[in-house]
Structures are given as structure tokens and as C-alpha cells.
Design a protein around this ligand. Structure first.
Ligand code: HEM
Length: 354
């Protein structure tokens, strides 16, 4: 009885503190929506526009995946040593120039899709590219709710070439590029969580839309598991530059993902993600928050993170694809216990294209 009373007192105190918090930070927009800052009200219609005209009504489809990739290719055009505008939307505003860079192969699909919506949104290119990435990612179950900072000025110039890592690059070269943009090896691995909602169109152009894992519509840790499985096939027209043997028919494995999963500087960060959804989303969210404001004067940006839709959660344990088990894992971090995972029943799957 006394315990029940104590519980309800604690509950009422907690609820009251939440109300006070809400009252102190909430602003009611003319459309009835609530946000922490009046300046963010203008973004609600843009979120609706993105969902309707770009993301097929809120899907975690190809446009959502590509919007995330675009935010990386835009932002990484930056160096702590003074090069490039970073997360400024230059990749959209100067798409003719940046689409011609080798590492931006296939990016024209998403810049072409985004451009008319961008014009309609009336946002700057930087705000548009990074809002689209946050909203598109939120459509994928399991994803973190990414931050969104509002108020980037228009980009001044295209990013310089050779800032975007290529799948043919060595781990040393990739980590050096990330370090030059201000990211540690652990943060680089965290950013690669994005490849859980990814597919390749141009690595092997004979098989467009070939996913990097068996659950391309879910932001789970499956990609960290499947990149570690012994590979034995190429999903398309033999071996292409930047591609290595894959474990599953219909699945593409990037040479860079595999090399990073096996390298002593990154292998433990990679393996630690397997079946640790909380770790993955926490680290990915933090690294994305840094990426999406690279090169920006953050003191001038308004925090509009609360206009980003709340993603559906993903809480179940991941599984080995059918026929695979622990004996197929190429462990590169022996000091870390590998999680016990069940195996999907049935014959080995063929992963369909997206
Ligand atoms: C070592 C660094 C990276 C390399 C070498 C790399 C390389 C690639 C390649 C080759 C593709 C397939 C392109 C195609 O054939 O269509 C791809 C797709 C993708 N990448 Fe990365 N990537 C890297 C890091 C990142 C990061 C940091 C992000 C985001 C934060 C990202 C997000 C994506 C997404 C979402 C796709 C799928 C796009 C789609 O399905 O349309 N990548 N990446």
C-alpha cells in the first residue's frame, strides 16, 4: 500500500516536471503544430512536401536511401585544414559540377529528383539536402531521429573533387580522409551504419539496386553481420572495381566495407555493432549530427530537430540469414565475444533488388 502511494507520488512529480519542461520550450505554430522555436514552424509544410513528392508518402525506399547518401557526399566536401563548404548543399546547387566527380556516380538520380522539390521548398540548398536526409532516414524503421539544424546560407562554390571516399580506397586512405574532415575511425564506422539502408546502382551497372544487406528497408545492424560472413559469389557480372565476394545471391559487398570490418584500427568498432541496435543508433546519430553541420557557423543555426518525424522502432534480435551460422563469421576482433544469434529457417535466400 505504502509502496503504491510512493509510486504514484513519484509518477505525479515526474509528469509535472515533463509538463513544465514542455511549457518552457513549446511554441504553437499557426497550423497547430508544436515546436521548440517559432522559426521552425516554416518547416512543417516542407516535411509534408518531402514525404509526398520525394518519399512516396513516407517510405524507406530508394529516394530515402539516396537522400542519406547525398547528405554524406555533400558534407564530406570539407577539411579541417580549410577546404570546401561542407554541409552547404553545394552538391545540389552545383550539381552539374559535382555530379561529374567519379565518387559521385549515380548521384544525379537523386539530385534530379530533389531539384524541383528543392525549388518548391524555398529553403537554401544546404537546409534542403540535410532536412531531406533526416526525414528520409526517419522513414526507415529502427533509425534514430536525426537532428536538424536550420539556417545554412546558400553555398558559395562547388566542393573540390576527391573528397568523397571510394570503395576501391585502402582503409588508410579512407581513415585519413575522415580524419581530415574531423572524424575518428570509430565515427567513420558509425557513419557506415548508413549502409544498412543501401543499395548499389553503378558499382555493377548490370544489376542496379543491389542491396548491401538482406534487410535494406530496416535500419538494423544486419549489414555489420553480413559483411563479416564468408563470401563466395558475385551477384552480377563478375568482379567489379570496389566489389568483393558476397555471401548471398543478390547482395553486393563493397571492398571498403569489408576492408574496414577486418582492419585492426576498425574491426572491433565494426563487430561491436552486431546486434547492438542501441549502440549503432546512438553512435550514428551523434556522428550524423556532426556531419550535417560541417563547415557551418553553428551559433547561427536554429535547432529544429523536433520537426523531424519519429521513426518506428526496431527492437528484435537480428538473425543469421538462412543456412549461415557463427562458423561462417570472419572474426577480426577476437577479444570481443561474438553475440549468439539465431538463424532464419529455410534455404539460403536470394536478396531482391530495391
Ligand atoms: C568509406 C566510405 C564510403 C564508401 C567508400 C561508400 C561507398 C558507397 C558506394 C560505392 C555506394 C553504391 C553507389 C551505387 O553504386 O549506386 C554507396 C551507397 C550508399 N552509401 Fe556509401 N560509402 C561510404 C560511406 C557512406 C556514408 C558515411 C554514408 C552516410 C552517412 C553513406 C550512405 C550510403 C547510402 C545510404 C547508400 C545507398 C544509396 C542508395 O541506395 O540509393 N555511405 N556507398
Amino acid at each position: 500500500m505504502a509502496f503504491a502511494r510512493l509510486t504514484s507520488i513519484v509518477w505525479i512529480a515526474l509528469a509535472a516536471s515533463q509538463l513544465v519542461k514542455g511549457a518552457a520550450t513549446a511554441y504553437k505554430c499557426s497550423n497547430g503544430k508544436v515546436t521548440a522555436n517559432a522559426a521552425c514552424c516554416a518547416l512543417f509544410p516542407v516535411v509534408d512536401l518531402l514525404q509526398k513528392d520525394l518519399f512516396d508518402g513516407g517510405e524507406c525506399g530508394e529516394e530515402a536511401h539516396s537522400a542519406l547518401r547525398l547528405s554524406f557526399h555533400d558534407a564530406i566536401g570539407f577539411s579541417i585544414h580549410g577546404l570546401g563548404g561542407g554541409a552547404d548543399g553545394s552538391i545540389l546547387a552545383f550539381n552539374k559540377t559535382e555530379n561529374a566527380f567519379h565518387a559521385n556516380g549515380g548521384i544525379d538520380d537523386i539530385t534530379d529528383r530533389q531539384f524541383p522539390v528543392f525549388l518548391e521548398s524555398k529553403l537554401t540548398a544546404g537546409d534542403f539536402v540535410h532536412l531531406a536526409a533526416a526525414v528520409g532516414t526517419a522513414n526507415c524503421p529502427g533509425a534514430p531521429r536525426l537532428e536538424f539544424k536550420f539556417g545554412r546560407p546558400a553555398p558559395k562554390a562547388p566542393a573540390p573533387d576527391l573528397t568523397v571516399p571510394e570503395p576501391t580506397d585502402s582503409v588508410t586512405k579512407i581513415l585519413a580522409r575522415f580524419a581530415d574532415a574531423g572524424f575518428s575511425p570509430q565515427e567513420a564506422v558509425a557513419l557506415l551504419s548508413s549502409h544498412t539502408i543501401a543499395a548499389a546502382d553503378v558499382v555493377d551497372p548490370t544489376i542496379p539496386g543491389t542491396p548491401f544487406d538482406s534487410t535494406v528497408g530496416t535500419f538494423d545492424t544486419q549489414v555489420f553481420l553480413e559483411v563479416l560472413l564468408k563470401g563466395h559469389l558475385f551477384p552480377g557480372n563478375g568482379s567489379q572495381a570496389g566489389e568483393v565476394l558476397s555471401p548471398l545471391a543478390g547482395e553486393m559487398r563493397l571492398q571498403s566495407d569489408f576492408a574496414i570490418s577486418q582492419d585492426s584500427r576498425t574491426a572491433c568498432f565494426w563487430q561491436a555493432m552486431v546486434n547492438d541496435q542501441n549502440r549503432m543508433v546512438t553512435e550514428f546519430k551523434a556522428a550524423m549530427a556532426k556531419l550535417q553541420v560541417l563547415g557551418q557557423n553553428t551559433a547561427k543555426l536554429v535547432d529544429c530537430s523536433d520537426i523531424v518525424p519519429v521513426p518506428k522502432s526496431f527492437t528484435t534480435n537480428i538473425k543469421f540469414p538462412a543456412t549461415f551460422s557463427k562458423k561462417d563469421v570472419q572474426i577480426a576482433c577476437p577479444k570481443l565475444a561474438f553475440p549468439s544469434l539465431a538463424t532464419v529457417a529455410g534455404p539460403a535466400p536470394t536478396i531482391p533488388p530495391v
